[in-house]
Write a protein that binds this ligand. Sequence first.
Ligand SMILES: Nc1ncnc2c1ncn2[C@@H]1O[C@H](COP(=O)(O)OP(=O)(O)OP(=O)(O)O)[C@@H](O)[C@H]1O
Length: 207
Amino acid sequence: MLEIDAVTCTKQDRCLFDSLSFTLHAGQIMQIEGPNGAGKTSLLRIIAGFARADEGQIRYNSTDIRDDYDSFAADLLFIGHKTGVNQQLSAYENVQHWLMVHGAQADEEEVYTLLAKLGLIGLEDVPVRTLSAGQQRRVALVRLWLNQAKLWVLDEPFTALDKKGVAMLQTQFQSHLDKGGAILLTTHQDLTAHFAQLQTLALEYRL
Ligand SMILES: Nc1ncnc2c1ncn2[C@@H]1O[C@H](COP(=O)(O)OP(=O)(O)OP(=O)(O)O)[C@@H](O)[C@H]1O
């Protein structure tokens, strides 16, 4: 599904990674680990096509993502450190916005059921900026339940979630993998007990 081929990235005269290669197949989850500043976010942004590698190629279904970015983007769900939630809008309004952007359909009852599942009922009409950090993260993650994208690229998705939130997210990951999706994520959470098919990639802090 996704091939990272000899990718090199240098920032501020420091080589973060050099000639990095790996493959992610349908049904697989890969965790990128490493200390602060190692280059995890930089790698995710290159893979998502938001930044250019100094060298190397990212292929999706055997095609360089730059040759057919629209098809790649249609299959990609990226949730970064900055979660992409509109802070001025309510959770409900954010969901309506994402549905429109992704051309997805969900009736009002489905939206409310999802918001209830994520513990956001009673909070769905207030501006997101007034919610707690964990509640804001839950709003950002609603997209994982709404989206048909096959490839999820997620930067620290567990940040600020409580234990129940972490468990719910892991269950949703498994459901995505079972349907043939693939997940690439950074997290400091130990996922080894939860995903038999977990692959890990450790980036070192290079001087
Ligand atoms: N836009 C940029 N311009 C210059 N340097 C950058 C830029 N983005 C990242 N860097 C540098 O690249 C290095 C790697 O940053 P990156 O955010 O990829 O690390 P990370 O492994 O995700 O770290 P963390 O665990 O703290 O989130 C850092 O030293 C950072 O200062």
